[in-house]
Design a protein around this ligand. Sequence first.
Ligand code: ADP
Length: 417
Amino acid sequence: MTDPDTTPGRAAPGQVAATAPVLVVNAGSSSLKYRLVEPSAGHTLATGLIERIGEGHPRARHTGSDCTTERELDCPDHESAFQVALAAFAEHGPPLRAADLLAVGHRVVHGGSRFAAPVLVDDDVIAQIEALVPLALLHNPGNLAGLRAARAAFGGIPQVAVFDTAFHQTLPPAAYTYAVPRDWRDRLHVRRYGFHGTSHAYVSRRVAALLGRPPQATNAVVLHLGNGASACAVEGGRSIDTSMGLSPLGGLVMGTRPGDLDPAIAPYLSRHGIPVLAYDEALNHDSGLRALAGSNDFREVMRLVEAGDADARLAVEVAAYRIAKYVGGYAVALGRLDALAFTGGIGEHSAALRADVVGRLAVLGLELDTAANAAASGESRISTPASAAQVWVVPTDEELEIARHAVAVVRAGHPSA
Ligand code: ADP
């Protein structure tokens, strides 16, 4: 696997400069997010978001050299959305000429068992990502539309696909195997894949650096807590277990997803007239914090808790209890826990949730520094010196990780670059 951290910062004259920017693209079914990144220093040169592509009233926002612009537009598909993004660069900067780009890096959600590392995109890779669509109906089609649009817009520029699942391809069979019939496993590829891998990889490497240890000598549990949420056990830089499974529905309680459930619930509901499509829809959009507290926005849930709302309090308890159980389980899987890291919108910003989770982990010898937790901003240590493992807040940066992977893949293909 290419290591984005080994990418040198400079190239000799006449070679592809590592400091040339990478356009990072995260294409959803009806949205296109982009960020122009200078990968060596990690500077963001521009960001943008085009939403409601192919739906009513698409909107585009672009933050360029010196201003943010927003406008409504006509944007029937991802290819026209790409043209809108290019026009925004031309109008509001910074100048974006294809010739100046080192690569376009794409977030692709599901790489199945096929992709254990980022790859240079060609027709064969597109076909393989397409073949994985049945495993990721909600995600891969949008990712593919973004890939095709970027290839159409930037013909000669290397396109690199970076998979959410790739970091977890190191899971041992005991962690990825579901105890289900062989035919489901062999023919239908039913197993744990795991997601948020780009974030878990970035944060676990940062944690090792913050501890002053090589990643190979660091055991950490990373909690990515955003709208989607997952835990990951990272042993010596490799993912050995993670809470999401075949799909991003499993594991922790999320904004609108339930996390782990008794598998018997689906047939039980079906016998009571709830068809599988309604079940799927409810589990993706109407479960989790939204189902328990009435809102999927954690800030709102905490406002309700402070106002004495019992449902919201239970929702936070269910979520924190589940997180703590996973950390306990992963401490067993790792054998030795050096660090626990919080990331994602909730992990980075909710001191209350962090305090709740760490408070439940006293059995592991974890001890929160209450003042440091309350004051945490950016990368911050929030455990006391007496804590058995260090606890950190580490803001994730998936786009930078994707950009650095893209550089590493391009360099691997052009060793002189
Ligand atoms: P996504 O998974 O869509 O990238 P984020 O990582 O941005 O989501 O996380 C979004 C979640 O973070 C929301 O539930 C939001 O309420 C929560 N969040 C953001 N800021 C805060 C804050 N200051 N305190 C508590 N929760 C926050």
